[in-house]
Design a protein around this ligand. Structure first.
Ligand code: ZN
Length: 323
């Protein structure tokens, strides 16, 4: 399986793009399939659609299966209406895991080639735009927020907060768990909290839980400790947390109180406690919905979470739990 990308507008002006692609594909030698990453294509007109369909037909005639990845819906519609022969039928995929499903079993999906392609794309298309920022960040980092969330692959903290490198100091683990001070023999989370606040000058903490969390579901359903001894041990605090909320039998509802409990655990760290007392730190609890891509923030009242907006002022745990 090989990959190429198309970007921008595909119109009558795009003949050169396809000539370039043809040469590139020819240099790849014999291939069974080609993934065309179209996530950066903004517009296709009928001529651009015809160029693309001809290109796919050429590849198909050589026995090459073509997969069109991440093309937006408007462009897909234009392409489909120009495709009277059904050349693109079954070619559209949304995610990487879809690609593996449409490939022949003889042409297996390669995670390594996926990442190498991604690195190359970044080098060619994106890195230059960050030159100045990277130069500055090379001297020091000065993140404004400690962002704590789950390892779940559906959460991309920088994407969903439109943040740049250098802004978020990120702590991730299975279930976005913050053990209280002294509870963990290898206090990885505590070390990150102390370093972010004490050394880097971070003034805000976002604790971001999420819907459909496998760790919370595991804590509800039980975990096979023979097969997953580390997971079973790691989620023990969550199993204990459940006892605090005997009325909650749904992991989705539990997500809310779980994230609030982690924020309380944060306050066991002296650096957090001190900064909260001095009103130098704000702490907020968020839930990220992995399906809608929407955020909700704890209001500080009961189990109430409201959509995060530019003027959200509620939910500073520093104010709520300050003693
Ligand atoms: Zn999770």
């Amino acid at each position: 399986m090989h990959r190429v990308s198309l970007a921008g507008n595909l119109t009558f002006l795009s003949t050169r793009n396809f000539d370039f692609l043809r040469k590139k594909v020819a240099r790849m030698g014999q291939l069974a399939s080609l993934v065309i990453d179209m996530g950066e294509v903004r517009l296709i007109d009928s001529t651009g659609a015809a160029f693309l369909i001809d290109f796919i037909k050429e590849l198909n005639s050589k026995g090459i299966k073509v997969v069109l990845k991440s093309l937006n819906r408007d462009c897909r519609d234009v392409l489909s209406s120009a495709d009277s022969e059904g050349v693109t039928r079954g070619s559209f995929v949304t995610s990487e895991s879809d690609i593996a499903n449409v490939l022949d079993s003889t042409d297996s999906y390669s995670p390594r080639s996926r990442l190498l392609f991604g690195v190359e794309q970044y080098r060619k298309e994106r890195r230059k735009a960050y030159e100045e920022l990277f130069n500055q960040l090379g001297q020091q980092q000065k993140p404004h927020t400690l962002f704590i969330t789950c390892s779940d692959s559906r959460i991309n903290p920088t994407l969903i907060t439109s943040s740049e490198p250098g802004e978020l100091f990120i702590v991730r683990n299975v279930g976005n768990i913050i053990p209280p001070l002294g509870a963990d023999q290898m206090p990885a989370e505590g070390a990150a909290v102390e370093f972010a606040l004490g050394a880097l000058g971070v003034r805000q903490i976002i604790l971001c839980g999420h819907t459909r969390c496998g760790a919370l579901k595991g804590a509800f359903d039980g975990i096979d400790s023979k097969k997953f001894p580390s997971v079973a041990k790691w989620v023990e605090p969550v199993v204990r947390e459940r006892k605090l909320y005997p009325d909650i039998n749904d992991p989705e509802m539990f997500t809310r109180v779980h994230v609030i409990e982690q924020a309380k655990n944060l306050l066991t760290y002296p650096v957090v406690d001190q900064m909260v007392r001095e009103e130098k730190l704000s702490i907020h609890c968020w839930i990220y919905d992995v399906q809608s891509g929407e955020f909700f923030e704890w209001t500080g009242q009961g189990r109430e979470f409201l959509t995060v907006g530019p003027n959200s002022l509620h939910g500073n745990l520093g104010d709520i739990f300050k003693v």
